[in-house]
Design a protein around this ligand. Structure first.
Ligand code: GZL
Length: 312
């Protein structure tokens, strides 16, 4: 109560708005690095004292960071949860300390009583957009697809797999023949794509790659080239995030389509927190960000220019 009162008093006097702890997953992808950059910028603009923790993609480090933020008596916590399960206890502790938690870019299986709101895209819909692009752009006949999944147990890996399968359902000439996690990293995408190529006769009979993020697709493109094949033509490449480097790949004909994920989850999160801390406005449990498809027809280098300085 005291904390909330202090925060309200501070806000009422227009003093420094809030001290907010941010438990970030890590920097596994260009998109994640951009999210961190944008969050710092948004906090700076709002006069928020941002306490930042990089968990190196380990849930135990995130849990420890949240406990530290509670001990510091922060006014609120941002959490990008690396996986969907295992959060009940620490979220209960934040709730008991009356510190609101806002989820960024991934979801948790915990009861939504345990967080104020979640800011993110419709992860299932992203997978559907990717799958629909393949349905409409695949070559005639059978299309054997390999899939690079995100971090095992993360809500984007689960939901993007679901969405893609929703879209290709009923199209019997499209078949996902191999799926494996590349952990959302370029190196992971390259290593797993190398194994897919070896397992699939050098890649001659792979029609398309669906990667849950652009960084894994970019790693896979390297592996496809090293195998002597032409990414974007011999093997179609569809992924998610819309990072700058996927647009240069598109301009070179090495990638075909991406679904944009904004790195600015913090803006809506800070807005919701200020409304909540300042005048008790309770936000909806989910604040959805847009998902837009970009292909080689959308002037990729212009899209690259728009994004190249955003901290990816
Ligand atoms: C999705 C987000 C994913 C990005 C990846 O909302 O959690 O995590 O698509 C990142 O680039 O690793």
């Amino acid at each position: 109560k005291f904390l909330l009162g202090a925060a309200l008093a501070a806000l009422a006097t227009g003093a420094t708005a809030q001290t907010i702890g941010f438990s970030q997953i890590g920097s596994e992808s260009g998109w994640r690095a951009a999210e961190t950059t944008v969050t710092r910028q948004e906090a700076e603009e709002r006069g928020i004292d941002l306490r930042f923790s990089d968990a190196q993609q380990r849930q135990e480090n995130q849990i420890a960071a949240i406990r530290s933020f509670i001990a510091q008596g922060v006014d609120a916590i941002l959490l990008a949860p690396v996986v969907a399960t295992g959060w009940d206890n620490v979220l209960e502790e934040a709730s008991e300390a009356e510190i609101p938690v806002v989820l960024l870019d991934r979801q948790v299986d915990s009861s939504d009583d345990l967080y104020l709101t979640a800011v993110g895209s419709d992860l299932v819909h992203e997978g559907e957009v990717a799958g629909e692009w393949l349905v409409e752009n695949k070559p005639e006949g059978e299309c054997r697809v390999v899939e690079l999944e995100g971090t095992t147990g993360s809500s984007p890996a689960i939901d993007r797999a679901t969405g893609f399968r929703n879209a290709i359902e009923g199209h019997d000439d499209i078949e996902i023949v191999r799926s494996q996690t590349g952990d959302f990293t370029r190196s992971g995408g390259k290593e797993v794509m190398e194994s897919f190529l070896q397992a699939e006769g050098g890649g001659e009979n792979i029609c398309a790659l669906y990667a849950h993020n652009d960084d894994m697709a970019l790693g896979a493109i390297q592996a496809i080239k090293e195998a002597g094949l032409d990414p974007g033509n011999d093997i179609l490449i569809v992924s998610i995030d819309a990072v700058p480097d996927i647009f240069t790949a598109m301009a070179e004909g090495d990638a075909n389509a991406t679904v944009e994920l904004t790195p600015n989850m913090a803006g809506p999160a800070f807005d919701a927190l200020e409304a909540y801390l300042y005048d008790g406005t309770v936000p909806p449990k989910f604040i959805q960000t847009e998902s837009t498809l970009y292909t080689q027809d959308d002037d990729p280098m212009a899209e690259y220019e728009k994004r190249k300085d955003l901290g990816y």
